[in-house]
Design a protein around this ligand. Structure first.
Ligand code: WQD
Length: 336
């Protein structure tokens, strides 16, 4: 049985849908702080295979203990966590409690139940900004950045440390670049657009008329058109990377790190242009000041993932945006 923490979230729900399609037995734990139970109904339209849902928090040790007692968990895909950079700056301890303490709780109960296979959702934000582009897994991640990234670095260090002490652990750490897009059915995607500060949810809010204009945070970076360049990867390609990583660790002890990105960068203006074309409506935007802490450009070197996981992102930018469009049209009444 696979435990999926954060299985109602954007990335977690796509993992649940894919694993159900592969006929896996799944239990989902989600505190619904950044997601909604309505996602379960949508997942059930994609696959008629049922799965267990437990509404709860990783910091509820009693609940975790009973979850592992009642379910024969073999592997954990750990998506649960909070991920807004700006919010983390305002409420740092929320990020350490949710992300770091929650993970420590999970590790403790896994160990007590002799469950040692874990896939952890890390982030490209752990890399030190002065690393040369494209970023490789062995590049430095030492510097403090903001509580979101710092919480991910702390967890990565805890995982490295426990693997060093206890050779039974089999851990894959996946460093996400910028996941966008939606399930090909249009039934699941990034539902939580109101609170989300990322580019695509804000483009979608503008397209849906929930805000007058998109703010473009700076056009004076040393990039192709002055706006921020990022490595966008289709959510379905990201999930394929998870499945490969899960297969890889089945019989390999230790800790392994992989970048999950497309290996190329697009600027904010290029994304806006692509959305305007595919959405069939011009996305209004306004150039404003840079967002504190934003870097100009970075993207992934994915050769290690391609080689070791025998994985390659397949879906291009047109597919990322057209799948997003299909989702927001189909699910616009369920967005929150
Ligand atoms: C992308 C580009 C912005 C919003 C995030 C976080 C974290 C991570 C995903 C997992 C940048 C510009 C954005 C807007 C804009 N999750 N932008 N107007 O900042 O690359 O990083 O990545 O780890 O959530 O680290 O993603 O989508 O916020 O920004 O101009 O309204 O779009 O300046 O250049 P980011 P993002």
């Amino acid at each position: 049985m696979i435990l999926i923490t954060g299985g109602c979230g954007y990335v977690g729900s796509h993992a649940v849908a894919r694993l159900l399609e592969l006929n896996q037995d799944i239990v989902v734990l989600d505190n619904l702080s950044n997601s909604s139970k309505s996602v379960i109904k949508q997942i059930n339209k994609i696959s008629d295979k049922k799965f267990k849902f437990i509404h709860g928090d990783l910091n509820d040790r009693t609940l975790l203990i009973s979850l592992f007692k009642d379910n024969k968990i073999d592997t954990v895909l750990h998506f649960a966590g909070v991920k807004s950079v700006s919010e983390s700056i305002k409420f740092p301890t929320k990020y350490y409690l949710n992300n770091v303490a929650g993970t420590i709780n999970l590790l403790k109960v896994m160990e007590q139940n002799h469950v040692f296979k874990l896939i952890f959702s890390s982030s490209a934000t752990v890399y030190d900004p002065e690393n040369q582009i494209p970023w490789k897994e062995e590049f430095s991640t030492d510097k403090l950045k903001h509580p979101y990234a710092d919480s991910k670095i702390m967890i990565e260090n805890i995982l490295k440390s426990i693997c060093n002490i206890n050779k039974k652990w089999k851990i894959g750490m996946l460093r996400y670049f910028n996941p966008i897009g939606a399930h090909s059915s249009g039934l699941i995607g990034e539902f939580n657009i109101n609170k989300n500060t990322n580019l695509m949810p804000n483009i979608n809010k503008t397209f849906l008329g929930r805000q007058n204009s998109l703010y473009v945070y700076g056009n004076d970076f040393q990039t192709k058109d002055g706006t921020g360049v990022r490595d966008y990867i289709h959510i379905e390609d990201l999930i394929s990377g998870h499945l490969r990583a899960r297969d890889f660790i089945q019989n390999k002890n230790g800790i392994f790190i992989w970048n999950l990105g497309a290996g190329k960068g697009y600027s904010v203006l290029e994304i806006i242009e692509k959305c305007s074309t595919i959405y069939g409506k011009k996305i209004n935007y306004k150039i404003v000041d840079r967002r504190p802490g934003d870097l100009g450009e970075y993207w992934a070197d994915i050769r290690k993932s391609e080689k070791e996981l025998n994985w390659k992102p397949k879906r291009n930018l047109d597919r990322m945006i057209s799948d997003t469009y299909k989702f927001i049209i189909k699910s616009k009444n369920n967005l929150f």
